[in-house]
Design a protein around this ligand. Sequence first.
Ligand SMILES: Cc1ncc(COP(=O)(O)O)c(C=O)c1O
Length: 427
Amino acid sequence: MPVSHATPPQSAAGPGIEALRGQDPEMAEIIGAESARQASTLQLIAAENFASPAVLAALGSPLVNKYAEGYPGARHHGGCEIVDLAERTAADRARALFGAEHANVQPHSGSSAVLAAYAALLRPGDTVLAMALPAGGHLTHGSPANFSGRWFDFVGYGVDPESGLLDMDQVRALARTHRPKALVCGSISYPRHLDYAAFREIADEVGAHLIADAAHPLGLVAGRVAPSPVPYADLVCGTTHKVLRGPRGGLLLCGAQFAERVDRAVFPFTQGGAQMNSVAAKAVAFGEAARPEFASYARQVVANARALAACLAEEGLTVITGGTDTHLVLADPAPLGIEGRAARTRLAAAGLVVDTCALPHPETRGLRLGTAALTTQGMREPETALIGRLFAAVLRGERDARTAREEIGELTAYFPPYGGSPADGGG
Ligand SMILES: Cc1ncc(COP(=O)(O)O)c(C=O)c1O
């Protein structure tokens, strides 16, 4: 049973949910049910986390009412003096947190940030070298179903099918052959640190821009437990959710020489008015991430991911790359006699919420897990190991869904995401 000391954040329900209950009980019930789901099951989706009550307060603030096209001091609307302060604060905090000369905090999402990065540096039809989707590239890295694959000529690099590790010789060879306009580094599932200096060297050799899509590791960079792409990449794209634990949204970082191009690429080229409540919530998250407690949190996220990877390997799953440097664990459940998709369904029934993902050997799908959310709940290595053992027992069919849910219920009652009981709609 749980042994770590939980220090979860305060309840996030706030007075807003009461107002909603009176006016729109139907939607209040849906929100309450989702809050209860989040609090009573285990969120092992690597891209998810629990934003703090302070972030939620900023998101639900009257800044949502303000139209603010443009940038602080140069808006297309009146009455922006105060939201200008919010945006300046967010950008200043982002610059300080990541050591960047310029930050654009307006992208509505990670995908919007990538779109703006391409808009700033490329023209339709340009060749771009990025991680192939089956190897862990994001949709915005050349999927034919996405603007990226439709408007640019993407070439994909992969990972070694045996080790699951990036092969920088292959990246260099492809860059020499295809002479891309941009080289993109970043992934949705690569559990190891990237060698940004090596990517920069390859980009320089072929005259390409280097774009780091750091959506996943950005929170670890903020917590000083992962290398920063900022000194190496021309543009860094990121999300403010995930490990960074802010509101759902995007972010762009760059040197002063790209500032104007980036700003114009976000507004007016790819977006309209900034969402000022979200910008304010980003500022709150950057403020939180600058504190020493966040560095401890980031260290614990990685320690928990390592403990989870070690436990899953002991239990017989294949852990891709043999472990992790980050919050991500990639595992193939095939040795336990179950394929990734069936495993996700069985785990979900048991209250363990995970994603499937592509594997270096593409015949089957694997599982992508992350430790950002459970670490926010205050769980440490003992709980993570307990979760790993339960996970394997569910996959082997040794633990039925009801028993597993009971065990998870005990754990989450001790480590609630927002300090309240699951029933109070805690978030
Ligand atoms: C590497 C990478 N880029 C971009 C994104 C897109 O972020 P969003 O879902 O906010 O558009 C993600 C999201 O998971 C990501 O992992």
